[in-house]
Write a protein that binds this ligand. Sequence first.
Ligand code: GL1
Length: 231
Amino acid sequence: MTDLSEKMKGFIFNLDGVIVDTAKYHYIAWRRLADEMGVDFPPEQHENLRSLSRMESLEKILEWGGLYMTEAEKLHWADVKNNWYQGLVANMTPEEVLPGVVPFLNAVRNSGGRTALSSASRNARAVLKSTRLESYFDVILDGSAARKAKPHPECFLLAAIALHLSPSECIVFDDAVLGVQAARIGGFHIVGIGKPEHLPDAELVIPGFADCRLSDILIAVEKMSPAVTVG
Ligand code: GL1
């Protein structure tokens, strides 16, 4: 472990839109479903679904369309969307890992840091497998791990527990407002992925991992204090 990473020992990554660009495939599948239901669903509206589980996302789309479904119908359509999504990601390859991610993960592990993947997607493991990223993570938590939805920090707290670290020793990397909120509420350091204006609560925002040096992230984050831990 280098001096720089003495305090930051855990690196917790969201998946969709952070590690791989699966957000675009989720959008295609949700859009197809919205079209079937006659609900207008432009790309910018998809931003409001980031971090939401499959069922929460479906319920949002129904709400936007002013539609009602029984629980059985919701389960059916959530399943239909999932089949479409799985069809889209079935042939993903390592080339679809976002730029700079693998070098960054290598840098973290070479410095002695521990890595976790924490995703609300129940397909996270399949995506990691097809992009051959599984071995880069010490801990993998998919959408079946946490019971409480973001902004509750449960998904990140479970990752910290599995890494045997406290939240203040971990940096969360997330591209969504709800993810940033969850990390802050949980007392984690948080690096937003995307545009600063979209993620005002993140301690630091980077456009992605391309040309991103671990040492720069550690220097920036160590100057900041994480939010207060709740519960
Ligand atoms: C679910 C939703 C997706 C997305 C992910 C979290 O994935 O359906 O739209 O919000 O959670 O990134 P999945 O259906 O794969 O469990």
